[in-house]
Design a protein around this ligand. Structure first.
Ligand code: 5GP
Length: 114
């Protein structure tokens, strides 16, 4: 496993407010939340960016989306709505190079994003 910040969180070397875990995915609260709910869904298998995904990785991305949607339903804000975002590289605003899906909720989201 590569040694990003998120790899250290997955290995429990750095603390995080974990809200969900299964065999393949860990989800924890963003340390700098951009909405009342801001959770990061991270695959335990490290892939740096969306550009590094191959044809066999559809399941990995699907698991992040499904875990986020299930969390929204469990937490009761699925009907009100939410936003999911995967940033990629510099122009996308990615700062941690271990793929992750942001789940943002609890306020009206603007469009287009800044
Ligand atoms: P990115 O910019 O790569 O799409 O998202 C990285 C996210 O990780 C940012 O929203 C940032 O606030 C969050 N983050 C950075 N350092 C930490 C940390 O130590 N703990 C947690 N929980 N989140 C972090």
């Amino acid at each position: 496993m590569s040694d990003t910040l998120f790899a250290k969180i997955i290995r429990r070397e750095i603390p995080a407010a974990i809200v969900y875990e299964d065999d393949d995915v860990l989800a924890f609260r963003d340390i700098q939340p951009q909405a009342p709910v801001h959770v990061l869904f991270v695959p335990k298998r490290a892939v740096p960016t969306l550009n590094d995904l191959g044809p066999a990785d559809g399941g990995l991305v699907g698991q992040l989306v499904l875990a986020a949607a299930a969390y929204a339903k469990r937490e009761g804000f699925a009907e009100a709505g939410y936003r999911t975002v995967i940033n990629c590289n510099g122009d996308g605003g990615q700062s941690v190079f271990h793929i992750h899906l942001h789940l943002l909720a609890g306020r009206q989201m603007g469009w287009p994003p800044g």
